[in-house]
Ligand binder design. Structure first.
Ligand code: PGA
Length: 228
């Protein structure tokens, strides 16, 4: 059966109290799916301030929930005020998102910066979810999971067609050698099955829809049920 990868990206949202509430609702809602836990990996990409709390709550979850940061410094530790290094992040989680289009757009992160971040992440043992807006963008060595996220589909309610997304994902796989490639951009509980059913797409990266515990639980359920 097809292996699935579902990563929810909370972006710059949720206080610690909201994080606790989300996890306390999500974990019991997916407990009955635990027999699929080896097949469907769930990752929550949370703000740095939420990660420790989230870790505490999800460690008791029957359905395992892995955690990711949404960024790391392009430098190591040192005099870089405001930054979180790869080593610091790895203390609280196993994954990091690098190259999200919002980082590229609002913080001017270049392919070169992102390659450096990937290198540092790998050196510290973090797994990397690397986001690209198309199949022309460079994917640095070391990316464990690649996410195809067309900029125009992010947060707009407009998705790429499942067929086109599948073709772009297939192209990314053949150009970069990536083995796990996701689609992201306005994925929700209603449309997720149409992407999961595609032959090349291994999973999804929902943003807005992952912030509601019930919706994210429905996304996991629909992903599993549509690929049985
Ligand atoms: P969206 O965001 O699902 O809210 O469109 C996806 C993302 O930015 O990763």
């Amino acid at each position: 059966m097809k292996k699935l990868f579902i990563a929810g990206n909370w972006k710059s949202n949720k206080t610690i109290a909201e994080t606790k509430a989300w996890a306390s609702e999500f974990c019991p809602k997916v407990a009955d799916l635990a027999s699929e836990k080896e097949r469907a990996t769930v990752v929550v990409c949370a703000p740095f301030t939420s990660l420790s709390t989230l870790k505490e709550v999800v460690q008791n979850s029957v359905y395992p929930v892995a955690l990711a940061g949404q960024n790391i410094s392009k430098f190591g530790e040192g005099a870089y005020t405001g930054e979180i290094s790869a080593r610091m992040l790895h203390e609280v989680c196993g994954w990091v998102v690098i190259g999200h289009s919002e980082r590229r757009k609002y913080y001017g992160e270049t392919d070169e910066d992102l390659a450096k971040k990937t290198e540092l992440a790998k050196k510290e043992g973090l797994n990397v979810i690397y986001c690209v807006p198309d199949d022309q963008t460079v994917v640095p060595k070391g990316a464990d999971v690649v996410a195809y996220e067309p900029v125009w589909a992010i947060g707009t309610g407009k998705t790429d067609s499942p067929e086109n997304a599948n073709a772009v994902v297939a192209s990314i796989k053949s150009k970069t050698g990536a083995t796990v490639v996701l689609y992201g951009g306005s994925v929700n509980a209603e449309n997720v099955a149409s992407f999961m059913k595609q032959t090349s797409i291994d999973g999804v990266l929902p943003g807005g829809a992952s912030m509601v515990a019930d919706t994210f639980a429905k996304i996991l359920r629909a992903s599993i049920e549509s690929t049985r």
